[in-house]
Design a protein around this ligand. Structure first.
Ligand SMILES: C[S@@+](CC[C@H](N)C(=O)[O-])C[C@H]1O[C@@H](n2cnc3c(N)ncnc32)[C@H](O)[C@@H]1O
Length: 262
């Protein structure tokens, strides 16, 4: 499929809920056991601002941020230096024998299919004492996500999307725990956390989802049809949400960490 010119991530839209989106990043970082002189890779690093925070907090020797969005990577320039570098690359194709002390990924692996195979590959990129730290959204059963699926099944969108409906590859927390055990992590921490968000109104939910899960439909639909999809999504979603100010938006995320050392 040819992707439209809007296929890239939009850093401004993503950044609208900067503080809310940063919180899980730091919760994930708190799970990491710092070691002297770490070599770190951040998969789906986005604009690099948080990658730099991690690089500093861990006092890492080297950190490499990888992302496949030119628009996101364009924002990383001011943060590079002192052992921190950024590179364009696809997580789906990421393999490395480089022996990383930490493979870290915040809010990116939900775009990659087959998490069992993915975790096997990421594990192979670690040293014998390495750590894996991942956060993925797990909110697909919320109306904000279910409505996107319902609209994608309506015509004309269904035909224009070639029948594509986004299915999250995110697994249950206990499945991640089992995979970590199977792949030899001697220590682990896996949890489902509900992040409570107070948004200005229910309208803000649309803006939130535009910066995340709806990007998948935006990049697959013809540019001229995208506003129609969005209008239909708004029309179906909003009457289902309480019209309160502020609007309470609970958002589930899975955080998991494993370490090869005991
Ligand atoms: C929700 S943002 C998270 C950015 C950053 N980790 C943070 O915590 O703010 C998801 C990022 O994953 C990137 N991404 C999505 N699929 C990717 C892939 N297959 N390969 C590399 N990066 C990808 C997007 O470009 C985007 O920058």
């Amino acid at each position: 499929m040819t992707l439209s010119p809007t296929s890239d991530w939009n850093p401004e839209q993503y950044g609208r809920f900067r503080d809310e989106r940063a919180r899980p990043f730091f919760d994930l970082l708190d799970l990491v056991h710092p070691r002297p002189g770490m070599r770190v890779v951040d998969l789906g690093c986005g604009t690099g601002e948080l990658t730099r925070e991690m690089h500093r907090r861990l006092a890492a020797r080297e950190t490499l941020g990888i992302d496949n969005s030119p628009a996101m990577l364009a924002k990383t320039e001011p943060f590079a230096g002192d052992g921190l570098t950024f590179m364009e690359g696809d997580i789906g194709a990421f393999t490395s024998q480089a022996g990383y002390d930490l493979v870290f990924s915040n809010a990116a692996l939900h775009w990659i299919p087959d998490h069992e195979a993915l975790l096997r590959r990421l594990t192979a990129a670690l040293t014998e004492t390495g750590q894996l730290a991942v956060q993925v959204p797990a909110n697909d059963d919320h109306l904000s996500h279910a409505t996107a699926v319902a609209v994608a099944r309506e015509e004309p969108f269904h035909a224009l999307l070639g029948g594509h409906v986004r299915q999250s590859p995110v697994l249950a927390p206990e499945v991640y725990a089992t995979l970590l055990h199977r792949f030899g992590y001697r220590q682990q921490h896996v949890r489902l956390q509900v992040y409570p968000h107070e948004l200005e109104s229910r309208e803000a939910v649309v803006e939130w989802v535009r910066g995340s899960v709806l990007t998948d439909y935006e990049r697959r639909l013809p540019e001229a049809v995208w506003p129609e999809f969005l209008a239909r999504y708004r029309e179906r979603l909003l009457p289902q949400l309480a019209d309160t100010r502020p609007f309470f938006y609970p958002f589930k995320r899975i955080l998991f960490w494993g370490s090869h050392s005991g």
